[in-house]
Design a protein around this ligand. Sequence first.
Ligand code: BGC
Length: 775
Amino acid sequence: MNKLIIPSMAIALMMAVPCTTQAQRKVDKKPTLAIKPTDKSKMKAFIDELMAKMTVDEKIGQLNLPTGGEATTGSAVSTDLESKIKAGQVGGVFSLTTPDRVRKTQELAVNHSRLKIPLIFGQDVIHGYKTLFPIPLGLSATWDLALIEKTARIAATEASADGLNWAYSPMVDISRDPRWGRISEGSGEDTYLGSQIAAAMVRGLQGNDLAANNTLMACVKHFALYGAAEAGRDYNTTDMSLHRMYNDYLPPYKAAVDAGAGSIMTSFNDINGVPATANHWLLTDVLRKQWGFKGMVATDYTAINELIDHGLGDLQQVSALSLKAGVDMDMVGEGFLTTLKKSLQEGKVSEADIDRACRNVLEAKYKLGLFDDPYKYCSEERAKKEILAKEHLDFAREVAAQSFVLLKNENNVLPLKKSGTVALIGPLANTGSNMPGTWSVNADLKNTQSLLEGMQEVLGSNVKILHSLGSNLLEDAAYQERATMFGREIPRDNRSEEALIQEAVKTAQQADVVVAALGESSEMSGESSSRTDLNIPAVQQRLLAALLKTGKPVVLVVFAGRPLTLTWEQAHVPAILNVWFGGTQAAKAITDVLFGDVNPSGKITATFPKNVGQIPIYYSHKNTGRPLAEGKWFQKFRSNYLDVDNEPLYPFGYGLSYTSFAYSDIKLSKNAFSAGDSLAVSVTVTNTGKMAGKEVVQLYTQDLVGSITRPVKELKAFQKIELKAGESKQVVFHLSAEDLKFYNADLQYVAEPGDFKAFVGGNSRDVKEAQFKLQ
Ligand code: BGC
């Protein structure tokens, strides 16, 4: 049996001087123990006894996960839901919150159903609960695992006070296609970084005791390969070689499972001909047998029903297929509830299949402590004290500022002076409701500050701020409507484009500097928000060109849920700050960075292409047999394009600072080492600028000769360090044979002796290199 093993933590990293960030120091003090083991024999005895009393209908009822109807009806519990709960036909409820509603709903199960089995309550708690942090792609740009873990801890603290005990998070889908709107919900393109973040998120959500009243059970999603949808179109087919799956796409799910995630969610997509939700190989052979997963498997929203459109049969057939593949809980579609009994009678599923799924659901509830106290997650008092607590909001501001990526800063246009007049222009300048970003279902959209409001509050009377809209979000009104759903408002201005630009130019002319807040609205990324054109919308680009023509210095603040193609902007605009969607405190955090209270340190975790035609583009690609010669961008009969070079606009790991960093050559402790031994790879990093700053020091390797082709670079370790102006620090990475392992053609996890390169730098392109041998 091949076991998928994440490159171990064998890369220990030592610093000559301790240099963890503020957030890391705070979190590191907390015990990072493994999750408290549930007493398995006690759990088994309890569930055996309970299941012995259950009818088949009651067992099937546990597999049913309807919604609370909150979003549609506004009522706590629909009558239909109420009668189903009382009849023992519901195992959990999705998207129903607040202690009062959850308690009332739980009472229906605990006081009125025959066996009094408590319900589990789940929701999408993705990047915060009411205190929203940056969207996950932004969070990953912090490269700060302790900080990310703490955001998940805070999210769990708030959500668990409000009645929830199950989070549909973390989303760990690797994506190398920014057309896909859901790239915003994950940690980008890299397997190693994605795996580290997946584990950090699970630790943060689950803490070290699932039964504690302030932790949530994680639900890792979307299993699997959802981020590799063909053409970047949401829900689309995935077709992938096994070695790519095992080496690149599966490790983050496995890392989350290894970190103790209590549940996993199946994805919507087809995988090599069998959709994930009906894929026995995926859900049973890989997940349970190879990885030893012991938790609960839930589907995505109506994913079983969608198997009908995938062409796998009618509802009865696809429900039976999913159960047999390894699904335990059916989200919303009620295929299990309405067909499994019939399938049992007809011999299409066995009672053992139903028992297995029922046991997994009951075990999840047991681990959460719900049989001891079904109301433990409902606390008005805690909700009042903890939700939107000041320290959560302060931390959200710090995190948002860490997530922003400075893409360009010619002639040190940034940071801005806290004096004079600033013209803040653009459709993203005065919209608070777009700040939280996608999947922020609990955000208080009406009370989230816009950038304009945040600037006004932070800068007070020191800076005069002028504002005009400048342009609509999109020229096409129907497109703008699709891009501003769910209360994420950017009202349209019906004046002509020329009139809006003229007004903005007048405003700009009265200012010392222009801040252009442009890009996507928050609903232009996320679920069902794929795009084929990744430019800043043309109407906004025309505004930007007009602002540049005024001759005033222009700072472009890019709002985006994905890498945009900023090729024109890179060529024409002096300063570009990419701010994603930064959450509840985004407005203040952007102000902090623009005006120099925080020095930006974010680094992109997904390659920014020059144009859409380069997609998929990612740093850890393979070589071809006809690579370009160094320094060339086109050679006939070599692997390239006629119309654009192969290089991305900004490489993976890239991001500037208001200061600058110099890297020494790499020092190796030896030129060759063998399994069981390790190699120290060190560099000295110096802050050569005038300001303190943080730098993410990145270690990559290349396996020069392999039994299968190997990527040109693979991230193996990183460390975020902080340096005062003029200060130097030595960063030492320890590399072992374990870190050089990969899945070979037979899916054996091996390190192959031979020659390797090590690269160290501040991004995946600008690196120092050295060569070593694994003996
Ligand atoms: C999404 C999931 C989400 C679920 C429940 C689905 O449409 O794909 O990510 O967890 O809805 O909200």
